[in-house]
Design a protein around this ligand. Sequence first.
Ligand SMILES: Cc1ncc(C[n+]2csc(CCOP(=O)(O)OP(=O)(O)O)c2C)c(N)n1
Ligand SMILES: [Mg+2]
Length: 794
Amino acid sequence: MSIDEFKKTVLEDYTIAYRSRQASLLGRKEVLTGKAKFGIFGDGKELPQIAMAKAFQNGDFRSGYYRDQTFMMAIGQHTVQEFFAQLYAHTDVQAEPASAGRMMNGHFGTRSLNPDGSWKTLKDQKNSSADISPTAGQMLRLVGLAHASRYYRENAKLIGENPFSDNGNEVAWGTIGNASSSEGHFFEAINAGGVLQIPMVVSVWDDGYGISVPAKYQTTKENISEILKGFERDEKGNGYIIYTVNGWDYPELCRVYEEAGRIAREKHIPVLVHVKELTQPQGHSTSGSHERYKTKERLAWEQEFDCMQKFRDWILENKFSTETELEQIESEAKTFVNQSKKAAWESYLTPVKKDLAQSVELIQALTSGSAHVEELENIVQQLLTLTEPLRKDIGVAIHKALRFTLHETINERTALIEFRKQFESENAERYSSTLYSLSAESVLRVPEVKPEYSENSKMVDGREIMQAFFDLALERDPRVFAFGEDLGKIGDVNQGFAGLQEKYGESRVFDTGIRELTIMGQGIGAALRGLRPIAEIQYLDYLLYGLQPLSDDLATLQYRTKSGQKAPLIVRTRGHRLEGIWHSGSPMGMIINAVRGMHVLVPRDMTQAAGFYNTMLQSDEPALIIECLNGYRLKEKLPDNLGVYTTPVGIPDILEEGQHLTIVSYGSTLRVIQEAMEQLKELSISCELIDVQSLLPFDIHHSIVASLKKTNKLVVIDEDVPGGASAYILQQILEEQNGYQYLDAKPLTITAKAHRPAYGTDGDYFSKPNAEDIFGAIANMMHEYDPKSFPAFI
Ligand SMILES: Cc1ncc(C[n+]2csc(CCOP(=O)(O)OP(=O)(O)O)c2C)c(N)n1
Ligand SMILES: [Mg+2]
């Protein structure tokens, strides 16, 4: 690079950084004057982000946090106008591409998907996974984003040309605040990255604080790179390349990031960059002021070491520019940011004002035929005085007007009601759409193919069905891989992958450390880059360790990006019944309430389970599939069309037809219920048994209510705590499906006890619903309903 070119680059960098700083300063004002609700900004962290952006290439991914506006601007994926659009919560995806106003400001993300939900060519664009607020949450998917490069490189021949990777030459860039490195997530991810030797470059933006809490309460020795020295690569083996660099030192930052990117990209070696001596000129966020907790000395130091100030001094000292020229750049940048802000505000406000004007007109029109002229005029006046109207104001005003005119028959009221309908439906689209995929690969569009059997169909152990299915899935699609604790060499604790590592190699079927958080993150990150991971949690009880990324990250992904990103991860686990407090859990209520946005499937046997995997692998949506822990050794008939048949989601299966009552259940409990049903036949009580199979989505065609129309009685049975998943099932059937109207008896739930199941056969028997309890409860229910025909049991 010639000296002139270098100078030009330096001044371009200064311009981007200066604009970003101006955006932060103006952004805070917008919040303090009430135009935006909350602000968190990247001031004081501009310079390292400029340097990182230089090393960031097409195909690369960022997984970072709310300080990274300068980086996003520098890679050309976040304009200043978009910055303000997000601050104002602009709901148009064109104006605010990261989240269409759903995420608060400082939450970045690029669009991986076309409007129809299909993938863009990610290797030709600069990518950022969508941020989440929970600190260090970004570290988990970072592992997967980086691992994907390694996977693409190791399987390059098998996969061939694809839209995601060019021979695994992509780096995953993580950023995290110094204080957030106290989280377990951080250490688990660092360790996983070191074990896996994957191209992730982790930058710690160190400003000495986490909101008000200084480093001495956050980090041993107050120095994250110092304590991570044990992870440093040496002649003994793998590990990290570790850099420490001051956040105000432009040339050194540029050098470090160039080197870090190159090493990670070429050699797939993980890198840690500890960027020290950063500042936070405006404090943590608009929620408070840092004068409350920083000393005068610290505040003075922050002014002196402000990276923008230092950068400016360096430019002048090295004569890359003059005072006058810099002043010119600064003045132009200020104008540019101001104009961008105004344009963002105009664009945000225009559709709101249009709705406001229309509602004013319609409410005004009501006055002609109403006795409440004064009240209606007041509503109109209130709307017209608003300088920064919200949609909420419009909604409240319409509601008021309809309330005042409730008993009046005015034609104009119909027009207002029509407008309200339209307004509500547009707002549903703005604020409540895209929880699930709407693409051609939506799971609801996967065609059902029934399992087929012939005379030759063999009876096999359930686990053999799983193993045979996974074999087919790995064989036919090189993007599919599976990993988890004990999943590689021994093929999982129940042998679902037995022999498959030998057959497909260690890169496609592999063991991981005991690290549920990053197993989930590894799956999410890889799925974000077009792969089809099956990530295993050894037992359902341990899903709790991995639930945070599923709940905060994966389940919210389509929603929070308004279909800008997808991660079709399949989480595989097994549960419901085995032994003791931590090996027989069935906390389904907790799970389904935590992961709306995923599918939760609870197959009763391995035939249904294999069908669900087949369905999910044909769709672009994430799912949790919970196999029955006690089902691997039970005999099942192996379908002839394994790998072809699918189990549709949201479709219950009627296992037995009956007259007197409908039992709704799923999973391992079904066998216990069937035992009770045999006994109930002695009392001539005939039950209809329905396996819901899929909790999310739930009975999409409302077939259960059809059963209630016949039996008029409902019993929900599962192994969760009282009021757990059974409460959800009742809500779905009685409220959503209007089942209440057909009931002739109080609906009954039979569940496990409120405590975890005790150890041993007796512990299980007295903790979980057993056949005798089910018999007793149902016999008594029938007696209460019709004492003449049905005797009380006891
Ligand atoms: C899991 C979680 N706990 C707490 C918070 C609240 N919180 C938001 S930012 C923050 C401090 C983060 O400090 P640091 O990582 O140093 O980043 P900085 O803001 O200083 O750049 C805290 C505690 C959160 N968002 N997530
Ligand atoms: Mg900090």
